[in-house]
Structure formats: C-alpha cells, structure tokens
Ligand binder design. Structure first.
Ligand code: F0G
Length: 468
C-alpha cells in the first residue's frame, strides 16, 4: 500500500500529521473502581463520568481536537446578535464547499432535522434513505411521517469487503416510488457515510443514480453530510476514476448531485458543537429561517456563538487536507487490521470513522435479548476502561420480555475521535481485545431493567444475568 511520501521515499508508519501542543490526562482507574462505576451507572456507559474512562471511543461526535488556526479564529469571533462578521466568514466557507446559496447555522445536526422535517414531512408521507441515523429517524417520525431505509442488500453481509456498502438500492427506490407514489415521498436523504450501517461509504456512481431517479420523480435529494469528507476520501481511494481528483473537487461533485444538505458539524467540521442546513431553494430557506428563530436564534447565529461559526469555517477547510484524510482513514484501517489479527470479527471493509465489531459472531452464546453488543461494551470497559457504543438491540430493538423484537444487527462501534488518539492508543485497544478474545466465552449478557420508549439506549438501566 502506498503510504505517505517525503522526498521520494515512501514510509509505512501512520504519521499523525500534527504535533500536540495541549494535552489532557487519561482517566486511569482500577478494576475494582470500574466495577463500582458500572454498578452505579446501571450498566449504561452513557451514565459513566468521562474522567472514569481511559480511552473514549463512545463517539466521534463533538470530540475532535481543534487546531491552532481554529483557536485563533475563535478569538476573532464576532458576537453581534445580527449580521455578525463571523456569520459571513462561515457562510462563504459553506458556499465554497457545497455550492449551495442558502446557509442556515444550527447548534447541532438534530436541530437542523427538527427544523426541516416538519416543513417537508407529515402524516401519510414517507422519507427514504440509504439508512437514517437514529435522531434523524426520530425527527422524521416526530413530524408524523415514516422513515424507510433502502440500503443495498450487501450492507447486511458484514464480512463482504465490497467497497461501497453505504449505497442506496436504486431498484428498491424505484419500487418504493411506484408503491407509495412520488407525491407521498417529499424527500430522499443520503447519509454519507452511512453511520447506522457500519460507517460504509456511498459511491459517486450510486449517488448519481439515486439523484437521477429522484430528479425524474421531482423528489428533492438531501445529503446528511456529517461525514462527507471521509466519504470523499473513500471515493478517492476506492472508486475508479477518482484517484487523482482532489478531495475538495470530489466534495464539490458530491454536493452538486443533491439539492441541499443537513450537517452535524461535530464530525467533519472538526468542532465540538455546531451544524447547518444548506440548500438552493430560497422559498424553503425562508420558511426554515422562520422556524430557526423560534427555537435556535437569529439566522446569522442559529444557536451558536460567533466564535463557533469561525471554528466551523476553518474546520471545513482543514478536514479536506489530504494528509489529514489519509491519516484518518488509515488509522481506522489500522485498528481494524489489529482486531482482525486478534480474531475479532468486524464489519468489512472498515469505513471512515469507526470500526464496528460483529458482536453476534464474537459472542454467539449471548442471545439478542441479552444484548451481545452491549455486553461486549461493558466487558471492554471493565477490562481496561475503554468506552464504546452498542449499535444493536439495545439501540434499535423494541419492547421487552415476551414482546421483545431484536434489531437486525448486534454491533459494537469503536468510534475514533478526530486528531485525538495516537497509534499507541490504538495498539492498546488491540491488546485489550486480544485478551478479551481469549476469554470471550465468559462474557455474560445483560437484562433490561428499565428505559424510556424513544432512543432508549441513552436512558436504559441494565443488570448482568447469571450464567445459564
Ligand atoms: N446524522 C448522522 C449521520 C449522525 O451520525 C448524527 C450524530 C446526526 C445526524 C445528529 O447530529 O449529534 O450533531 O445532533 N451522530 C452521533 C454519533 C451522535 O455518535 O454517531 P448531532
């Protein structure tokens, strides 16, 4: 594999393309402490205090390290209520990136979802996607509409190393349009990369095909662009014809195939808080701004401070730096390779922001109603203070007891914060997994003791079950 090159020499080391100026200590704990922490948290890792976590792979969202240029830009932040200078810096950056004229800042991705979906969706309507993220789905459903996932069937074959398993199935899209009628599908949303289905990328060819179908039926296509830059890099290295195209040009092409986007800037804008909606439809934009003022704030700040807008503008530049993207994706691939070597089944091929462990295969003795993905997350925390996130029956399953309906997958996501951990942190995670792999038959499942009905993984209370 070609790695990075300096003066005609190619090196294999994954070089972090930055040096570290400001550091944070890790949360060291003893095993006994971690047992007490888990008991007090009702075996829910969302309830664990971060200073009791050694390596936090719970999410890549809002956890990026900012650059010196971002911090410097923050000092220039203009806190004016209306017409903030920082808004125009931000607007120019989003326009240059996406080509969309209307730019509406929001405080994070789901704020944009909550503003947009009630305007386009309602009872009797269906929104389609390669796969909706959980808050995106919840906001579509809260607007009274149905959220229909149309991934390619290969997305479900976790050991299949096909390069673009984030794609939408164009045949299923045509069928859904025939069955429901184009008038009842007010929007299609393509999630790049597809976080709910293992962070797999969408190919440009697939986006183009979906875009054509949508255009033929006059269905607006929006991107959920939270991880657009990682998707663009995976297009560059995996899709024929893109190897020599700059990441920025690939991004421009990607956005040009849709009519607008929703963005959680907490991912690929390399900031801790922020988001935006961008689009060309001026009429819809006016209605969005009316709703924005109700809940987020005036259209030139949208729930953020001027300094946040500055940091986002700069982050959107930096994320397309090819040295950064190469390091980012290789770092994920490195963790994946180490886990594979340790005999841990993962979703192949690894994507751009996380490695997803197939907990169903890793812990075949734990049935879905005992949450194998979550059991593994707890075991990983107990073993070494590593925090991760289940994407399986705790997150997507329904009901309990007799009425329990499992999710179609039992995964554990190891999401890698951007520019935060080094290769030796990844080596440590691999070492811990190797130890767990040898004792996997002793990992016990958990039972659900209580939860709220929506997005239950955030509030769930669990308890270990005795070995049966
Ligand atoms: N869309 C996608 C694809 C996401 O992954 C997320 C968040 C959102 C929308 C919502 O954005 O958090 O800024 O409101 N994903 C986080 C995660 C929470 O851990 O994957 P938000």
């Amino acid at each position: 594999m070609v790695a990075w090159a300096v003066a005609e020499t190619t090196w294999r080391t994954i070089l972090e393309p930055f040096k570290i100026r400001s550091v944070e200590p890790l949360g060291f704990t003893t095993r006994r402490e971690r047992e007490a922490v888990l008991r007090r948290a009702d075996w829910n890792l969302f309830r664990v205090r971060a200073d009791k976590v050694l390596i936090d792979l719970l999410t890549d969202s809002g956890t990026s390290a900012m650059s010196v240029e971002q911090w410097a830009a923050m000092m220039r932040g203009d806190a004016s209520y209306a017409g903030s200078r920082s808004f125009y810096v931000f607007e120019a950056a989003v326009r240059a990136l996406t080509g969309y004229r209307e730019v509406i800042p929001v405080h994070q991705g789901r704020a944009g979802e909550r503003i947009l979906f009630p305007l386009v969706a309602g009872p009797g309507k269906t929104l389609v996607s390669n796969a909706f993220f959980d808050t995106t789905r919840a906001n579509v459903e809260a607007a009274g509409a149905a959220a229909l996932d149309l991934p390619v069937p290969r997305a479900w074959r976790f050991s299949d190393p096909a390069p673009f398993k984030g794609n939408m199935d164009p045949g299923r899209l045509e069928r859904a349009i025939r069955e429901k009628g184009a008038a009842n599908i007010p929007m299609a949303v393509m999630t790049v990369t597809n976080n709910s289905l293992a962070g797999q990328p969408v190919s440009m060819a697939n986006l183009r095909a979906v875009s054509r179908i949508c255009a033929r039926h006059q269905i607006p296509l929006f991107l959920d662009a939270a991880r657009f830059a990682e998707n663009c890099w995976l297009i560059k290295v995996r899709e024929p014809g893109y190897a020599r195209k700059p990441a920025r040009a690939i991004a421009r092409e990607l956005f040009s195939l849709a009519q607008g986007c929703l963005m959680s800037a907490k991912k690929d804008a390399l900031v801790n808080m922020g988001g935006f909606i961008a689009l060309n439809d001026a009429v819809l934009a006016r209605r969005l701004r009316e709703r924005l003022i109700l809940g987020e704030g005036f259209p030139t700040y949208g729930g953020l401070s001027g300094r946040d807008l500055e940091a986002m503008a700069r982050g959107l530049e930096e994320v397309l730096d090819e040295e950064y993207l190469r390091y980012r994706v290789r770092c994920v691939a490195y963790l994946a390779a180490g886990l594979r070597r340790a005999g841990v089944p993962i979703v192949e091929p690894p994507g751009g922001h996380a490695v997803y462990v197939d907990a169903k295969r890793f812990l075949p003795h734990v049935p879905p109603r005992r949450f194998p993905g979550h059991a593994l997350a707890c075991a990983l925390y107990l073993e070494a203070g590593i925090r991760s996130c289940e994407i399986g029956s705790l997150m997507f399953g329904k009901g309990s007891g007799e009425n329990f309906q499992p999710a179609p997958m039992e995964l554990l996501r190891l999401a890698i914060p951007r520019r935060v951990y080094t290769q030796s942190h990844m080596d440590f995670v691999i070492e811990v997994f190797s130890a767990l792999a040898r004792r996997r038959s002793r990992i016990r499942g958990l039972k659900l003791v209580g939860s709220s009905p929506r997005l239950r993984h955030f509030t769930a209370r669990l308890a270990p079950v005795s070995p049966s």
